[in-house]
Design a protein around this ligand. Structure first.
Ligand code: ADP
Ligand code: MG
Length: 586
């Protein structure tokens, strides 16, 4: 977003503060601001990274209780207790996240429920925290002697913090670490292959989300002038998630939209429902449940996605021409052995999918790995790239053993790959997807991204991504959304992403699958051009015309074993290969 838009939003906040709105509305806006802050964390956690948490209210509680206890018992300044509260929150989030984020599937949401419940009962049972009565008499906030503890002052403080947090998050999401975070949603295999330490990023996301909740709790405690466990329990944890999903969990503005709607709806329902039903109680929860189910069915991207449709899509300014190029690794000399595969073996239980396969790749060679379906090609590929562990054998990459290393460690040494089934971030542009491949060539982290200290590096990364896209003839598609591309360009984009990591060896898993004749021709041209530039390539491919056309050497597998290897001409003459493909007896 442009600076001008931010200025406008800040002015809007000030205008609201000075408008003759009834106090009731200012109070509503204050709550909406507080909820939105926690919701922002959920956008990052759930919308961006696909991690569901019902435990955010507990982190709000940590921020609130920390400041309440410290100001009341030690007479500390609220500004100091904010920092201490953030410290305690970060520490708890590191511990909770470090344990739970290793879990997959439903275990993470379940673990966050357990965490939310345990903290609630802890707050409710500790004498020092006043048990279920909580702590009373928390001081209000002062900024330079101005009372911002209530009403309009509190509104300005909360919404300025909210806007700053939203701006920081938007800057983060559009950055090297942000793209890495956005790559976490659909499994970690592709991200790891690009050198992204996925667990570490998940923990960082969990901590950021907890810190946002903690700030909200700090504000809340000084606004309410008291704390007790009930606003930090599981019910509120669920409500935070509800709000954000309804507003649009994939968008920063979705969090605020959701908080608005939920707060307004809640107030209306609390008046309306008892009149309808005849008794009072928290019946609005039932309506929320129904709304959530309907939303997930008919508008899963939330209400903000409907608003966003009418907003202009900002185009990334092309401002990187003057950026210095990224450093490149030293490449293998012509004839040097880039890859040596020695008797590698993989057993899945009783099935030996790869049975003592050996072959080599020299610098500048294109080696094809072929064989019928189920022969073990993809498994071989995954053994070399570290996705799967070897049952036996050794792999040397540029004379160094790489067996046992993680795929991102192997990526770091200069192996880069594409996938049999294209793995990309559909809602990122082609340019951004390719820049993901350059992850290991940048170094700016979360803080640099949030404060705009990463601009020079971003230019370098985008310049490199554009260069790689042009290298494979996709210079036209920079700003298109990757999900809108046809299969052919998607596969080429994956090659550009792999190239963006400056590899010494490129591994392509069935790059021609699903391509039309003309696209295959274009792919062959790209491969030959890469070879002429000195690139070494391992190509797993079904399309015999393509393989025979571009490969220098072929390795033929059948039922996990090595059938034969040789030049394309030799392979074409081989009776064993013909038999394997035509299914006849030798
Ligand atoms: P290709 O890529 O040549 O078509 P694969 O390497 O995908 O073949 O598969 C080789 C064999 O290993 C197949 O019989 C397949 O069913 C089996 N296989 C592959 N991955 C696994 C796995 N994760 N667990 C069990 N069996 C597997
Ligand atoms: Mg395969």
């Amino acid at each position: 977003m442009k600076t001008k838009t931010w200025m406008l939003l800040a002015l809007l906040v000030l205008a609201v503060a000075f408008l003759p709105l009834p106090d009731f509305w200012i109070t509503q806006l204050n709550y909406i601001g507080l909820y939105s802050l926690t919701g922002l964390g959920l956008v990052l956690l759930t919308g961006v990274a696909g991690l569901t948490s019902f435990g955010q209210a507990a982190f709000v509680g940590i921020g609130a209780y920390a400041t309440a206890w410290l100001t009341l018992n030690l007479g500390m300044s609220p500004w100091l207790t904010l920092l201490i509260g953030l410290g305690i929150t970060a520490l708890s989030a590191l511990v909770v996240g470090g344990i739970t984020l290793r879990m997959s599937g439903h275990y993470l949401p379940l673990a966050t429920i357990a965490w939310g419940l345990s903290l609630y009962y802890l707050m409710g049972n500790l004498d020092a925290l006043g048990k279920y009565d909580g702590l009373l008499g928390v001081p209000g906030l002062l900024v330079l002697g101005w009372d911002v503890g209530q009403g309009r002052g509190f509104f300005v403080l909360t919404w300025v913090i909210l806007l700053l947090a939203a701006a920081a998050l938007l800057m983060l999401l559009d950055s090297r670490p942000g793209r890495a975070m956005r790559s976490l949603k659909n499994g970690t295999q592709m991200a790891e292959a690009m050198g992204i330490p996925t667990l570490r990023y998940k923990i960082v996301i969990f901590v950021i989300a907890a810190l946002l909740a903690s700030v909200s709790g700090w504000l809340f405690a000084h606004f309410q002038r008291s704390v007790n466990p009930s606003p930090f329990g599981l019910k509120m944890g669920i409500e935070y998630l509800f709000m954000t999903v309804v507003g649009g969990v994939g968008h920063v503005w979705g969090a605020i939209t959701g908080a608005f709607l939920t707060k307004l709806l809640e107030d209306k329902l609390q008046v309306l429902l008892p009149q309808l039903i005849g008794t009072s109680g928290s019946y609005e929860i039932i309506v929320f449940g129904i709304v959530l189910v309907l939303m997930l069915k008919f508008l899963p991207d939330g209400l903000w996605s409907m608003v966003a449709r009418f907003l202009p899509q900002p185009q990334r300014p092309r401002n990187w021409d003057a950026a210095p190029p990224l450093a490149e690794r030293s490449k293998p000399q012509a004839g040097e052995l880039v890859l040596e595969v020695h008797n590698i073996r993989k057993a899945f239980g009783g099935l030996v999918a790869v049975n003592d396969i050996s072959f080599q790749i020299q610098a500048g060679q294109i080696v094809g790995l072929i064989g019928p379906n189920g022969a073990g090609k993809s498994t071989t590929f995954n053994l070399i790239t570290g996705v799967l562990g070897l049952t036996g054998g050794q792999v040397l990459f540029r004379q160094q053993p790489v067996a046992g290393l993680r795929s991102r460690e192997i990526a770091q040494r200069g192996m880069s790959r594409t996938f049999q089934h294209v793995k990309m971030i559909p809602d990122m542009t082609v340019l951004e997807n390719v820049a993901l491949g350059g992850h290991l060539r940048g170094g700016k982290g979360v803080v640099a991204a949030m404060t705009g200290m990463n601009r020079d590096e971003e230019k370098q990364l985008f310049k490199e991504a554009e260069r790689q896209l042009q290298r494979i003839g996709m210079g036209e598609h920079l700003h298109e959304l990757a999900g809108n591309l046809a299969m052919g360009p998607q596969r080429l984009m994956e090659i550009a992403r792999a190239l963006c990591s400056d590899p010494a060896l490129l591994l392509l898993d069935e790059p021609a699958a699903g391509l039309r004749h003309k696209e295959k021709k274009a792919l062959a041209a790209v491969l030959r051009q890469l070879q002429s530039e000195g690139m070494s390539i391992l190509l797993v491919e079904h399309d015999m015309d393509l393989v025979m056309d571009v490969c220098d050497h072929l390795v033929v597998m059948e039922f996990g074993t090595l059938l034969t290897q040789g030049t394309p001409a030799e392979i074409q003459q081989s009776p064993a290969v013909r038999a394997a493909y035509l299914g006849t007896e030798h």
